[in-house]
Ligand binder design. Sequence first.
Ligand code: ADP
Ligand code: MG
Length: 579
Amino acid sequence: MTDGGTDQLLPIATGRRAGRVVADELRARPLATAAAGLAAVCAAASGLLAPVVLGRLVDAVDRREGTVWPFVGALLGAALLSAVLTGLSAVLIARLGETVLARLRERVVDRALHLPSATLDRVRGGDLLSRVGDDVAKVAEAVTSALPQVAGAGLTVLLTLVGLGTLDWRLALAGMVALPLYVLALRWYLPRSAPRYAAERVAMGERSQALVSSVQGADTVHAYADEARHRAVVDDRSAHALGITLGVFRLFTDFGWRMNRAEYVGLAAVLGVGFLLVRSGDVTVGAVTTAALLFHRLFGPLGLLLFTFDDVQSAGASLVRMVGVADLPGTAAADHAADRAADRSGVRPAVELRGIGHSYGGPPVLVDVDLRLAPGERVALVGASGAGKTTLAGVLAGALDPAAGQVLLDGEPVADLRERVGLVSQEVHVFAGPLSDDLRLARPQATDAELAAALATVGAGWVTDLDVVVGDGGRELTAPQAQQLALARLVLADPPVAVLDEATAEAGSAGARDLEDAADAAVRGRTTLVVAHRLTQAARADRVVVLAAGRVVEEGTHAELVAAGGRYARLWSAWTARG
Ligand code: ADP
Ligand code: MG
C-alpha cells in the first residue's frame, strides 16, 4: 500500500437496488413498519380536523344556533390530538429508520472488514473511510430529522388534497389556479438555487481553511511579521462568503414572495368561487371556510418538501454509496478466533507454495513462484523493494487470493489459510481502546495471565498495565511497540505457520534488536516465512530465498549464498559495510 497507485473506487448501487434493500428491511419488520405508517397517516389526517371544526362553527354562527363552547372544546381537542399523533409518528418513523440504518451499517462494516486485503490497501485512505464515516452519518441525520418531516409533509399534502376534493370539487378546482403560479415560482427558483448553494459551500470552506491555516501557522506568521497580510486574506474570504450568503438569502426571500403570490391567488379563487356557490345556495359559508383553511394548509408542507429536497437528495446519494459497499461479494464471516483455538494442535505442517502468480491489474508482480518450507523451518525472504515479498507473504497468509497457483499445507489445499497461518504485517494497526481488547483479537477467551505471558514472551516489558488505553486519546505507541504487540497477538493465536513481514524502518537501534529477539521468540516452533529487511534476520534463518521482480532467483543457506557470490552476497556485503 505504500507503493503509490491511485485509489480505486468502490461500486455504487443503483437507486432501485437501494430501494429494494430498504424495502426488504422494512418487510422484515412488518409491525414496526405498519405502526409507523398508521401513525403518520393518522397524524396527517388529524390536521384536517381543525378546518372542519372551524367550518362547522362558522355554520352554527351563521344560523345563530347553539353555543360556541362545544366547538372551542373540539378545536382544542383536535389541536391536542394532532400534536400527539405528529410526535408519535415522528418517533416511530425515526426509530424504524434508525433500526434499518443500523442493519445497513452493520452490513457495510462487515463487508469492509471482509474486503480482500489488496482492495483494502487501495481504498482504505479515501473512498471506504468516507463511506463508513460521512455517508453513514449523512443518512443517519436524514433518517432522524428529514425523514419524519418529509413523510409527514407528503401525507399532509396528499390528504389535504383528498379532503378538498371530497368537500366540494368546484372549490378544489378553483384552488388549482395556484398551480401554474407555483410551478413558475419553482422553475424560477430551482435553477438559481443549486449553483448558489454550491458556491456558498465552497466559499465557507475557503473561509474556514484560511482561518485554520492562519491559526495553525501562527508561529510562522509571527516570525515573518506577516499578520496584516494574513488578516487581509481572512477578511477577504469572510466578506466573499458573507456576500454569497446574503445573495442566497435574497433569492430565498424572493422565492417566498412568489410562493405567497401563488397561495393568495389560489385563496382568492377559492373564496370567490365559494362566494358564488354560497349565493346560489350550493354550499354553506362553513364549507367555504373549511376549504380556504385546507387550501392554506397545503403551502407549509409544500415548502418544507422543497427545502428538505437537497438533504433528501444528498442522503439518497449517500445511501446508494452505502448499499454499494453492503452489496460487495465477500467471504463468509467465519469465526476465525474460534477456529484457531481449535487448531492449536502443536503440529507444524510442511508448507508448499506451488506455481504462484499474481498481478494487481498491471504488470505481473509474482511469476510462477515455487517455495517449500519443511515443518518447523524458518525461511527468510529477501529482495529489493517492489520485488513482491509482501505480496507473496500475503498469499501464504491467505490475505490475498493469487491469480495462479496454490498453497498447500502438508500436501493439502486449505479452505481458509487464515485459520492456520498467522500474519504480522509490515504496518501494524493497533485498535484504539484498552490494550487487553486489542490482544484478545487473537484469542478472545485468553485470561489476563495468558496475555501477560504472551507480552513477556515478546519482551514487551513496557506494558505495565493490561488495561492501559492506547490510540485515540490514550497512549501513543511507537512503531516497534506496535510490532511487538502484533507479535504478542501471534503468540496468543498460536498458529502452526507464521508469516512475518518485517517493518522497513530499521535504524540499527536497540529497539530493532529487541524486535529481532521478540520475533525469534514469537515464531519458535512454527513453520515460518519472514520477510527480512535486516539481513541479520536472514542470517539467522534456516534458509534464504531471494526474490527479484517476482521470481525466485537464489535459494540456499546464508553461508551457501554468501559463498556463491551472487545477488545475496552483494546485499550481504552492503549490509555489513553499513555497520
Ligand atoms: P515488496 O514487499 O517486495 O516491496 P510488494 O509485494 O509490496 O513488494 O509489491 C510488489 C509490486 O506490486 C510493486 O510493484 C507494487 O507497486 C505492486 N503492488 C503492491 N501492492 C499493490 C496493490 N495493492 N495494488 C497495486 N499494486 C500493488
Ligand atoms: Mg513489502
